[in-house]
Design a binder for this molecule. Structure first.
Ligand SMILES: Cc1cc2nc3c(=O)[nH]c(=O)nc-3n(C[C@H](O)[C@H](O)[C@H](O)COP(=O)(O)OP(=O)(O)OC[C@H]3O[C@@H](n4cnc5c(N)ncnc54)[C@H](O)[C@@H]3O)c2cc1C
Length: 385
């Protein structure tokens, strides 16, 4: 991946695209729970969504650092990248472990927007965060795999053509390590729909197009396997670091938006014959949020830099996501508090962004599980599970 020195022209493009999708657009999508297809198309046609796809396949072959900066700017502009970010965080799995045939078949069409790769099926209802405990099975029968099981929280599945799917190819009781025997597939959802795959939407507290997916003897070509059979957990972990860095960037963008919005309101709103921002009780939480967002950004940049050099970045990616999601959540709370009653009015967009940014304490990985990673894998304390 090549690096570029000056991100400003790309960020300017992001701001231009986002300017066409103001609060009213997102409020309408939120109210009706509709997928922001126009925004996704605009991000694709401007080339912003394809930055991680190599130039040879129609993308711009840039680094995760650039992708992270794009998603941060989307969120800082008041938009939301949740409708499209999966293409970026699953890209590493396809680029690093996919076959030449898979890349040649899919990447040019993903880059052009002809195909959407926006679904990432890992979580299952009974396994929860314990990913190695998933029970969705993919059994090899001749030149197909037969998939049975269920996924939950598979976001954007109704709006995606392709899905990266994690399934067990060897039962847990027949592998040496529980992380063995898991495999990753690139599933063509257009062929799967109605042929053994059923998608059911889940309505949530904000507009996220998330779903549950049922597999009932779904046959997928053996060529759908990404990389080596049984090694999928490693590929997914790799992708999860990218995901944490990109989500941290979205949180930083949200944090910037909340701080800017709160600051502007605090300067403008007059109560007791003075701007509310003249009171230190109002100023200090906003100033603290500003500092927390900036600090989280430094860790996120470091995580992205390590990822781009191919170095191990699990510690930094996890800490970046922890700090950024906490910073954005505190900034959201501060922004709402600064707005008083008006923070609850839809027209200010604060309550919507507040609901949206709350997710990142839980997904793609919850705060407790990050703390547990740091405690056990970085600090060497005893394993708790
Ligand atoms: C809107 C939304 C979109 C999502 N999109 C996707 C998607 O596209 N693809 C996908 O695969 N998944 C997706 N997810 C799933 C998400 O990654 C999981 O919800 C998340 O990883 C937490 O898993 P869980 O919900 O099963 O919680 P659980 O694992 O059941 O955990 C519940 C709570 O218990 C805590 N906990 C559990 N075990 C421990 C422990 N040992 N120590 C301390 N605390 C513990 C957790 O921190 C958490 O707070 C999405 C979720 C949501 C809500």
């Amino acid at each position: 991946m090549s690096e570029i020195d000056d991100l400003e022209p790309i960020l300017e493009t992001v701001r231009k695209v986002c300017a066409a999708y103001p609060g009213a657009y997102w409020r309408a999508c939120d109210r009706e729970r509709t997928y922001p297809a126009e925004f996704v198309e605009a991000m694709t046609s401007s080339g912003l969504l394809g930055v991680l796809i190599p130039e040879a396949y129609g993308g711009s072959g840039l680094s995760l650092t650039v992708a992270a900066a794009i998603l941060e700017e989307v969120h800082a502009s008041g938009c939301n990248a949740a409708a499209l970010h999966a293409q970026m965080y699953t890209m590493g799995t396809l680029l690093r472990h996919g076959s030449l045939e898979q890349k040649e078949t899919y990447l040019p069409r993903i880059a052009s927007g002809d195909l959407r790769l926006q679904a990432f099926g890992v979580t299952e209802p009974t396994a929860g965060t314990d990913t190695t405990n998933i029970s969705t099975r993919a059994e090899r029968r001749g030149d197909v795999y037969v998939v049975n099981g269920q996924k939950v929280w598979t976001s954007r599945a109704e709006h995606s053509d392709l899905m990266i799917l994690l399934a067990r190819t060897t039962p847990k009781d027949r592998v040496a390590k529980k992380t063995d025997g898991l495999s990753v597939f690139l599933v063509d959802m257009r062929a799967a729909a109605g042929a053994g795959m059923t998608i059911k939407p889940i309505r949530t507290m904000f507009n996220h197009a998330t779903t549950e997916i049922f597999f009932d003897n779904l046959e997928i070509p053996a060529s759908s396997l990404i990389g080596e059979e049984g090694k999928g957990f490693r590929y997914i972990l790799d992708g999860m670091n990218a995901e944490r860095i990109l989500i941290a960037s979205e949180c930083i963008g949200d944090g910037r938006w909340f701080v800017e919005k709160a600051t502007a309101y605090a300067k403008d709103r007059r109560v007791f014959d003075r701007p509310i921002g003249q009171n230190q009780g109002v100023q200090f939480p906003i100033a603290r949020s500003y500092a927390e967002v900036r600090a989280a950004k430094l860790m996120t940049l470091e995580a992205a830099r390590l990822y781009d050099t191919g170095a191990s970045c699990a510690e930094e990616a996890n800490i970046a996501k922890l700090l950024a999601s906490e910073a954005s959540w505190r900034a959201a709370d501060t922004c709402l508090q600064t707005h008083g009653g008006f923070g609850f009015a839809e027209d200010y967009d604060v309550e919507r962004k507040f609901r949206e940014t709350r997710l990142y304490q839980v997904a793609p990985i919850s705060t407790n599980l990050i703390l547990s990673y740091v405690a056990e894998h970085v600090l060497g304390m005893p394993r708790s599970y």
